[in-house]
Design a protein around this ligand. Structure first.
Ligand code: SF4
Length: 397
Protein backbone atom coordinates (compact mmCIF):
# COMPACT_ATOMS: atom_id res chain seq x y z
CA UNK A 1 0.00 0.00 0.00
CA UNK A 2 1.37 3.43 -0.96
CA UNK A 3 1.83 6.28 1.54
CA UNK A 4 -1.11 8.17 -0.02
CA UNK A 5 -3.39 5.11 0.26
CA UNK A 6 -2.38 4.67 3.90
CA UNK A 7 -3.16 8.32 4.63
CA UNK A 8 -6.56 8.04 2.92
CA UNK A 9 -7.34 4.92 4.99
CA UNK A 10 -6.30 6.69 8.20
CA UNK A 11 -8.61 9.62 7.44
CA UNK A 12 -11.49 7.21 6.68
CA UNK A 13 -10.83 5.33 9.92
CA UNK A 14 -10.82 8.55 11.96
CA UNK A 15 -14.17 9.47 10.48
CA UNK A 16 -15.49 5.95 11.03
CA UNK A 17 -14.35 6.04 14.65
CA UNK A 18 -16.40 9.16 15.26
CA UNK A 19 -19.44 7.57 13.66
CA UNK A 20 -19.11 3.97 14.86
CA UNK A 21 -17.51 4.48 18.27
CA UNK A 22 -14.77 2.67 20.15
CA UNK A 23 -16.90 -0.37 20.90
CA UNK A 24 -17.23 -1.50 17.27
CA UNK A 25 -14.07 -0.07 15.68
CA UNK A 26 -12.26 -3.42 15.85
CA UNK A 27 -15.08 -4.91 13.75
CA UNK A 28 -14.77 -1.99 11.34
CA UNK A 29 -11.05 -2.78 10.99
CA UNK A 30 -11.93 -6.38 10.13
CA UNK A 31 -14.54 -5.25 7.61
CA UNK A 32 -12.19 -2.93 5.71
CA UNK A 33 -9.37 -5.49 5.76
CA UNK A 34 -11.78 -8.25 4.62
CA UNK A 35 -11.12 -10.35 7.69
CA UNK A 36 -13.82 -12.90 8.50
CA UNK A 37 -15.97 -12.01 11.51
CA UNK A 38 -16.33 -14.63 14.22
CA UNK A 39 -19.29 -15.79 16.33
CA UNK A 40 -18.61 -13.22 19.08
CA UNK A 41 -18.48 -10.41 16.50
CA UNK A 42 -21.89 -11.49 15.24
CA UNK A 43 -23.39 -11.43 18.74
CA UNK A 44 -21.92 -7.96 19.36
CA UNK A 45 -23.38 -6.68 16.08
CA UNK A 46 -26.82 -7.89 17.16
CA UNK A 47 -26.49 -6.35 20.60
CA UNK A 48 -24.83 -3.05 19.65
CA UNK A 49 -27.18 -0.13 20.45
CA UNK A 50 -25.99 1.88 17.44
CA UNK A 51 -27.86 0.26 14.55
CA UNK A 52 -26.64 2.93 12.14
CA UNK A 53 -23.04 1.89 12.85
CA UNK A 54 -23.89 -1.72 11.99
CA UNK A 55 -25.66 -0.59 8.82
CA UNK A 56 -22.73 1.68 7.90
CA UNK A 57 -20.34 -1.28 7.99
CA UNK A 58 -22.76 -3.55 6.10
CA UNK A 59 -23.09 -0.87 3.46
CA UNK A 60 -19.29 -0.81 2.99
CA UNK A 61 -19.45 -4.50 2.08
CA UNK A 62 -22.58 -4.07 -0.03
CA UNK A 63 -21.08 -1.26 -2.09
CA UNK A 64 -17.72 -3.02 -2.39
CA UNK A 65 -19.50 -6.03 -3.91
CA UNK A 66 -22.29 -4.39 -5.90
CA UNK A 67 -21.94 -0.62 -5.87
CA UNK A 68 -25.40 0.88 -6.26
CA UNK A 69 -26.74 -2.09 -8.20
CA UNK A 70 -30.00 -3.47 -6.81
CA UNK A 71 -31.46 -6.59 -8.29
CA UNK A 72 -35.05 -7.59 -8.86
CA UNK A 73 -36.70 -10.39 -10.80
CA UNK A 74 -40.06 -10.79 -12.46
CA UNK A 75 -41.45 -13.93 -10.91
CA UNK A 76 -44.56 -15.89 -10.12
CA UNK A 77 -45.21 -18.03 -7.07
CA UNK A 78 -47.13 -21.28 -7.19
CA UNK A 79 -48.09 -22.97 -3.93
CA UNK A 80 -49.51 -26.23 -5.23
CA UNK A 81 -51.11 -27.41 -1.98
CA UNK A 82 -51.66 -26.15 1.56
CA UNK A 83 -52.39 -29.61 2.93
CA UNK A 84 -49.60 -30.52 5.29
CA UNK A 85 -48.85 -33.09 7.98
CA UNK A 86 -46.04 -31.18 9.69
CA UNK A 87 -48.12 -28.69 11.74
CA UNK A 88 -45.27 -26.22 12.29
CA UNK A 89 -46.24 -23.78 15.03
CA UNK A 90 -44.98 -20.74 13.12
CA UNK A 91 -46.93 -21.54 9.94
CA UNK A 92 -50.14 -19.76 8.89
CA UNK A 93 -50.24 -21.37 5.47
CA UNK A 94 -51.34 -24.94 6.05
CA UNK A 95 -55.03 -25.87 6.06
CA UNK A 96 -56.59 -26.12 9.50
CA UNK A 97 -59.84 -25.61 11.35
CA UNK A 98 -60.51 -21.90 11.62
CA UNK A 99 -57.71 -21.19 9.11
CA UNK A 100 -57.24 -21.57 5.39
CA UNK A 101 -59.44 -24.10 3.59
CA UNK A 102 -57.55 -27.03 2.08
CA UNK A 103 -56.69 -27.01 -1.61
CA UNK A 104 -54.58 -29.02 -3.97
CA UNK A 105 -53.91 -27.92 -7.53
CA UNK A 106 -54.25 -30.33 -10.39
CA UNK A 107 -52.31 -29.70 -13.57
CA UNK A 108 -55.19 -27.82 -15.18
CA UNK A 109 -55.17 -25.40 -12.24
CA UNK A 110 -51.40 -24.95 -12.41
CA UNK A 111 -51.72 -24.23 -16.11
CA UNK A 112 -54.53 -21.75 -15.47
CA UNK A 113 -52.44 -19.90 -12.87
CA UNK A 114 -49.55 -19.63 -15.29
CA UNK A 115 -51.75 -18.45 -18.15
CA UNK A 116 -53.21 -15.70 -15.92
CA UNK A 117 -49.86 -13.88 -16.12
CA UNK A 118 -48.69 -15.11 -19.50
CA UNK A 119 -48.48 -11.54 -20.85
CA UNK A 120 -45.82 -10.66 -18.22
CA UNK A 121 -42.26 -11.69 -19.20
CA UNK A 122 -41.69 -13.67 -16.01
CA UNK A 123 -38.30 -15.39 -15.84
CA UNK A 124 -38.78 -17.40 -12.65
CA UNK A 125 -41.47 -19.62 -11.17
CA UNK A 126 -41.02 -20.15 -7.44
CA UNK A 127 -42.93 -23.21 -6.28
CA UNK A 128 -43.33 -24.73 -2.82
CA UNK A 129 -46.16 -26.45 -1.00
CA UNK A 130 -47.21 -28.44 2.04
CA UNK A 131 -46.47 -32.11 2.69
CA UNK A 132 -49.41 -34.22 1.58
CA UNK A 133 -48.39 -37.89 1.72
CA UNK A 134 -51.20 -38.77 -0.71
CA UNK A 135 -49.38 -37.07 -3.59
CA UNK A 136 -47.42 -39.60 -5.67
CA UNK A 137 -43.96 -39.01 -7.12
CA UNK A 138 -45.44 -38.52 -10.58
CA UNK A 139 -47.40 -35.49 -9.32
CA UNK A 140 -44.17 -33.57 -8.67
CA UNK A 141 -42.74 -34.53 -12.06
CA UNK A 142 -45.99 -33.42 -13.68
CA UNK A 143 -45.80 -30.04 -11.91
CA UNK A 144 -42.38 -29.38 -13.43
CA UNK A 145 -43.40 -30.65 -16.88
CA UNK A 146 -46.52 -28.50 -16.87
CA UNK A 147 -44.65 -25.32 -15.99
CA UNK A 148 -42.02 -25.88 -18.67
CA UNK A 149 -44.71 -26.69 -21.18
CA UNK A 150 -46.62 -23.45 -20.56
CA UNK A 151 -43.52 -21.30 -20.05
CA UNK A 152 -40.61 -22.88 -21.94
CA UNK A 153 -37.31 -21.45 -20.75
CA UNK A 154 -38.56 -20.20 -17.39
CA UNK A 155 -36.35 -20.97 -14.39
CA UNK A 156 -38.07 -23.22 -11.85
CA UNK A 157 -36.97 -22.68 -8.28
CA UNK A 158 -38.86 -25.28 -6.32
CA UNK A 159 -39.16 -27.57 -3.29
CA UNK A 160 -37.72 -27.05 0.16
CA UNK A 161 -35.61 -29.81 1.71
CA UNK A 162 -38.72 -30.98 3.59
CA UNK A 163 -40.60 -31.47 0.34
CA UNK A 164 -37.60 -33.18 -1.24
CA UNK A 165 -37.48 -35.75 1.57
CA UNK A 166 -41.18 -36.47 1.00
CA UNK A 167 -40.70 -36.66 -2.78
CA UNK A 168 -37.85 -39.10 -2.24
CA UNK A 169 -40.03 -41.18 0.06
CA UNK A 170 -42.69 -41.34 -2.63
CA UNK A 171 -40.12 -42.20 -5.31
CA UNK A 172 -38.47 -44.92 -3.22
CA UNK A 173 -35.07 -44.08 -4.70
CA UNK A 174 -31.88 -42.43 -3.43
CA UNK A 175 -32.12 -38.64 -3.16
CA UNK A 176 -29.37 -38.10 -5.71
CA UNK A 177 -31.26 -40.11 -8.32
CA UNK A 178 -34.52 -38.30 -7.51
CA UNK A 179 -32.88 -34.89 -7.84
CA UNK A 180 -31.45 -35.83 -11.23
CA UNK A 181 -34.90 -36.94 -12.38
CA UNK A 182 -36.49 -33.74 -11.10
CA UNK A 183 -33.82 -31.74 -12.92
CA UNK A 184 -34.52 -33.66 -16.12
CA UNK A 185 -38.20 -32.74 -15.67
CA UNK A 186 -37.38 -29.03 -15.30
CA UNK A 187 -36.13 -28.27 -11.78
CA UNK A 188 -33.43 -25.59 -11.96
CA UNK A 189 -32.70 -24.59 -8.35
CA UNK A 190 -33.81 -24.97 -4.73
CA UNK A 191 -35.35 -22.04 -2.86
CA UNK A 192 -33.91 -22.96 0.55
CA UNK A 193 -36.26 -22.82 3.47
CA UNK A 194 -37.52 -25.76 5.45
CA UNK A 195 -35.13 -25.40 8.37
CA UNK A 196 -36.05 -21.84 9.47
CA UNK A 197 -33.15 -21.65 11.91
CA UNK A 198 -30.42 -24.19 12.55
CA UNK A 199 -31.07 -24.78 16.24
CA UNK A 200 -32.02 -28.10 17.82
CA UNK A 201 -33.91 -26.27 20.57
CA UNK A 202 -36.08 -24.28 18.13
CA UNK A 203 -36.56 -27.38 16.00
CA UNK A 204 -37.87 -29.31 19.00
CA UNK A 205 -40.18 -26.52 20.10
CA UNK A 206 -41.61 -25.30 16.80
CA UNK A 207 -41.30 -27.86 14.04
CA UNK A 208 -40.22 -31.25 15.39
CA UNK A 209 -42.09 -33.18 12.67
CA UNK A 210 -39.81 -31.72 10.03
CA UNK A 211 -36.26 -32.78 9.32
CA UNK A 212 -33.63 -31.44 11.74
CA UNK A 213 -30.62 -29.27 10.99
CA UNK A 214 -28.22 -32.10 10.21
CA UNK A 215 -30.72 -33.76 7.88
CA UNK A 216 -31.38 -30.40 6.19
CA UNK A 217 -27.67 -29.90 5.59
CA UNK A 218 -27.35 -33.42 4.18
CA UNK A 219 -30.04 -32.61 1.60
CA UNK A 220 -28.19 -29.40 0.71
CA UNK A 221 -24.95 -31.37 0.23
CA UNK A 222 -26.57 -33.88 -2.15
CA UNK A 223 -28.18 -31.00 -4.06
CA UNK A 224 -24.77 -29.34 -4.38
CA UNK A 225 -23.30 -32.63 -5.60
CA UNK A 226 -25.76 -32.83 -8.49
CA UNK A 227 -25.10 -29.17 -9.33
CA UNK A 228 -28.28 -27.49 -8.15
CA UNK A 229 -28.02 -23.80 -7.35
CA UNK A 230 -29.44 -23.10 -3.90
CA UNK A 231 -30.71 -20.14 -1.93
CA UNK A 232 -30.72 -19.81 1.84
CA UNK A 233 -33.07 -18.25 4.37
CA UNK A 234 -33.25 -17.52 8.09
CA UNK A 235 -36.61 -17.08 9.82
CA UNK A 236 -36.17 -14.70 12.75
CA UNK A 237 -38.41 -12.96 15.26
CA UNK A 238 -40.13 -15.96 16.91
CA UNK A 239 -38.52 -17.79 19.86
CA UNK A 240 -34.90 -17.84 18.71
CA UNK A 241 -32.14 -16.14 20.67
CA UNK A 242 -29.51 -13.77 19.31
CA UNK A 243 -26.93 -16.52 19.75
CA UNK A 244 -29.07 -18.93 17.73
CA UNK A 245 -29.31 -16.40 14.90
CA UNK A 246 -25.53 -16.07 14.81
CA UNK A 247 -25.10 -19.83 15.04
CA UNK A 248 -27.37 -20.16 12.00
CA UNK A 249 -25.32 -17.66 10.01
CA UNK A 250 -22.02 -19.31 10.96
CA UNK A 251 -23.32 -22.76 10.03
CA UNK A 252 -24.62 -21.47 6.68
CA UNK A 253 -21.24 -19.86 6.04
CA UNK A 254 -19.47 -23.15 6.78
CA UNK A 255 -21.85 -25.04 4.51
CA UNK A 256 -21.18 -22.51 1.77
CA UNK A 257 -17.40 -22.94 2.27
CA UNK A 258 -17.97 -26.65 1.76
CA UNK A 259 -20.44 -26.62 -1.16
CA UNK A 260 -20.19 -23.20 -2.83
CA UNK A 261 -23.70 -23.65 -4.18
CA UNK A 262 -25.57 -20.93 -2.33
CA UNK A 263 -26.19 -17.65 -4.11
CA UNK A 264 -28.32 -15.55 -1.79
CA UNK A 265 -29.27 -15.31 1.88
CA UNK A 266 -32.72 -13.99 2.69
CA UNK A 267 -33.43 -13.15 6.32
CA UNK A 268 -37.19 -13.70 6.67
CA UNK A 269 -39.16 -11.61 9.13
CA UNK A 270 -41.61 -13.78 11.08
CA UNK A 271 -45.32 -12.97 10.73
CA UNK A 272 -47.22 -14.34 13.73
CA UNK A 273 -50.72 -13.65 12.32
CA UNK A 274 -52.70 -16.88 11.94
CA UNK A 275 -50.04 -19.05 13.61
CA UNK A 276 -49.83 -20.73 17.01
CA UNK A 277 -47.42 -17.94 18.01
CA UNK A 278 -49.86 -15.09 17.58
CA UNK A 279 -48.98 -13.82 21.06
CA UNK A 280 -45.48 -12.91 19.83
CA UNK A 281 -45.07 -9.37 18.52
CA UNK A 282 -44.04 -8.94 14.90
CA UNK A 283 -40.35 -8.01 14.44
CA UNK A 284 -39.88 -4.25 14.16
CA UNK A 285 -38.34 -2.45 11.20
CA UNK A 286 -35.33 -1.91 13.44
CA UNK A 287 -34.91 -5.68 13.85
CA UNK A 288 -35.49 -6.27 10.14
CA UNK A 289 -32.71 -3.84 9.22
CA UNK A 290 -30.34 -5.33 11.77
CA UNK A 291 -30.86 -8.86 10.44
CA UNK A 292 -30.10 -7.71 6.91
CA UNK A 293 -26.97 -5.87 8.07
CA UNK A 294 -25.59 -8.66 10.25
CA UNK A 295 -26.21 -11.23 7.50
CA UNK A 296 -24.23 -9.05 5.07
CA UNK A 297 -21.36 -8.70 7.50
CA UNK A 298 -21.17 -12.35 8.61
CA UNK A 299 -21.73 -14.04 5.24
CA UNK A 300 -18.57 -13.05 3.40
CA UNK A 301 -18.98 -15.99 1.01
CA UNK A 302 -22.56 -15.19 -0.05
CA UNK A 303 -22.81 -12.99 -3.11
CA UNK A 304 -26.25 -11.55 -2.40
CA UNK A 305 -28.38 -10.50 0.58
CA UNK A 306 -32.07 -10.13 -0.13
CA UNK A 307 -34.66 -7.98 1.57
CA UNK A 308 -37.85 -9.87 0.67
CA UNK A 309 -40.22 -6.93 0.40
CA UNK A 310 -43.35 -8.98 1.02
CA UNK A 311 -42.19 -9.87 4.52
CA UNK A 312 -40.12 -6.77 5.32
CA UNK A 313 -42.55 -4.34 3.65
CA UNK A 314 -41.56 -2.24 0.67
CA UNK A 315 -40.81 0.68 2.99
CA UNK A 316 -38.26 -1.17 5.16
CA UNK A 317 -36.82 -2.72 2.01
CA UNK A 318 -35.98 0.76 0.68
CA UNK A 319 -33.92 1.40 3.83
CA UNK A 320 -32.44 -2.10 3.73
CA UNK A 321 -30.73 -1.15 0.47
CA UNK A 322 -28.44 0.99 2.69
CA UNK A 323 -28.06 -1.71 5.34
CA UNK A 324 -26.49 -4.45 3.26
CA UNK A 325 -29.25 -5.68 0.92
CA UNK A 326 -28.61 -5.68 -2.82
CA UNK A 327 -31.70 -7.65 -3.85
CA UNK A 328 -35.43 -7.10 -3.29
CA UNK A 329 -36.77 -10.35 -4.78
CA UNK A 330 -39.48 -9.83 -7.31
CA UNK A 331 -42.74 -8.67 -8.65
CA UNK A 332 -44.20 -11.82 -6.99
CA UNK A 333 -47.43 -12.71 -8.74
CA UNK A 334 -49.62 -14.53 -6.21
CA UNK A 335 -47.86 -15.23 -2.95
CA UNK A 336 -49.84 -17.29 -0.47
CA UNK A 337 -47.45 -18.20 2.33
CA UNK A 338 -47.77 -15.05 4.45
CA UNK A 339 -51.06 -13.26 4.58
CA UNK A 340 -51.77 -9.64 5.23
CA UNK A 341 -53.36 -9.37 8.68
CA UNK A 342 -54.32 -13.03 8.50
CA UNK A 343 -56.52 -12.33 5.49
CA UNK A 344 -56.40 -15.62 3.67
CA UNK A 345 -58.43 -14.32 0.76
CA UNK A 346 -55.98 -11.56 -0.16
CA UNK A 347 -53.50 -12.87 -2.69
CA UNK A 348 -52.82 -9.61 -4.45
CA UNK A 349 -49.29 -9.09 -3.20
CA UNK A 350 -47.66 -7.66 -6.25
CA UNK A 351 -45.41 -4.84 -7.32
CA UNK A 352 -45.38 -4.15 -11.03
CA UNK A 353 -42.04 -3.63 -12.74
CA UNK A 354 -42.70 0.12 -12.81
CA UNK A 355 -43.36 0.14 -9.08
CA UNK A 356 -40.30 -1.98 -8.38
CA UNK A 357 -38.06 0.35 -10.36
CA UNK A 358 -39.51 3.41 -8.70
CA UNK A 359 -39.11 1.89 -5.23
CA UNK A 360 -35.40 1.19 -5.87
CA UNK A 361 -34.69 4.51 -7.57
CA UNK A 362 -36.39 6.51 -4.84
CA UNK A 363 -34.03 4.82 -2.37
CA UNK A 364 -31.10 6.14 -4.40
CA UNK A 365 -30.03 2.84 -5.93
CA UNK A 366 -29.82 1.53 -9.49
CA UNK A 367 -32.41 -1.12 -10.41
CA UNK A 368 -31.15 -4.08 -12.39
CA UNK A 369 -33.56 -6.71 -13.65
CA UNK A 370 -31.99 -10.12 -13.23
CA UNK A 371 -32.81 -13.75 -13.87
CA UNK A 372 -32.62 -16.36 -11.12
CA UNK A 373 -28.85 -16.70 -11.55
CA UNK A 374 -28.31 -12.91 -11.38
CA UNK A 375 -27.64 -12.54 -15.08
CA UNK A 376 -28.73 -9.10 -16.17
CA UNK A 377 -31.82 -8.96 -18.38
CA UNK A 378 -31.53 -6.58 -21.30
CA UNK A 379 -33.15 -3.33 -20.34
CA UNK A 380 -36.64 -2.56 -21.56
CA UNK A 381 -37.81 1.05 -21.46
CA UNK A 382 -39.87 1.87 -18.39
CA UNK A 383 -43.38 2.99 -19.37
CA UNK A 384 -43.67 6.75 -19.00
CA UNK A 385 -46.94 6.65 -17.10
CA UNK A 386 -45.30 5.25 -13.97
CA UNK A 387 -47.53 6.44 -11.12
CA UNK A 388 -46.12 8.83 -8.52
CA UNK A 389 -47.64 6.80 -5.71
CA UNK A 390 -45.84 3.61 -6.43
CA UNK A 391 -46.89 1.28 -3.62
CA UNK A 392 -50.63 0.89 -3.16
CA UNK A 393 -51.20 0.46 0.54
CA UNK A 394 -53.63 -2.35 0.00
CA UNK A 395 -51.04 -4.61 -1.62
CA UNK A 396 -48.22 -4.37 0.89
CA UNK A 397 -48.11 -5.75 4.40
FE1 SF4 B 1 -46.11 -27.58 6.39
FE2 SF4 B 1 -44.19 -26.00 5.52
FE3 SF4 B 1 -46.20 -24.98 6.97
FE4 SF4 B 1 -44.41 -26.59 8.13
S1 SF4 B 1 -43.99 -24.57 7.22
S2 SF4 B 1 -46.65 -26.68 8.36
S3 SF4 B 1 -43.92 -28.00 6.46
S4 SF4 B 1 -46.37 -25.90 4.93
Amino acid sequence: MSLIERQINDIARDRALRYIGEDLIDIYDKVVSRTRLNFEDGVRLYKAPNLSAVGFMANIVRERMHGDRTYYVRNQHINYTNICNKFCKFCSFYAKKGGPAPYEMDMAEVKRKLLEHIDVPITEVHMVGGIDPRLPYQYYLDLLHTIKQVRPGVHIKAFTAVELVEIQRQAGKPLEEVLRELMAAGLDSLPGGGIEILSDRVHQELFDRKLDGNEWMDVARVAAKVGLTQYATMLYGHIETIEERVEHLVKMRELQDETGHFVTMTPLSFHPEGTELEHIAHPTGYDDLRNIAVARLMLDNFEHIKSFWIMNTAQVTQLALWYGADDVDGTVHEYEITYKDGDHGNKKQLLTRKQMIKMIQEAGRTPIERDSLYREIAEEPVPVDAPRTFIPLDVVQ
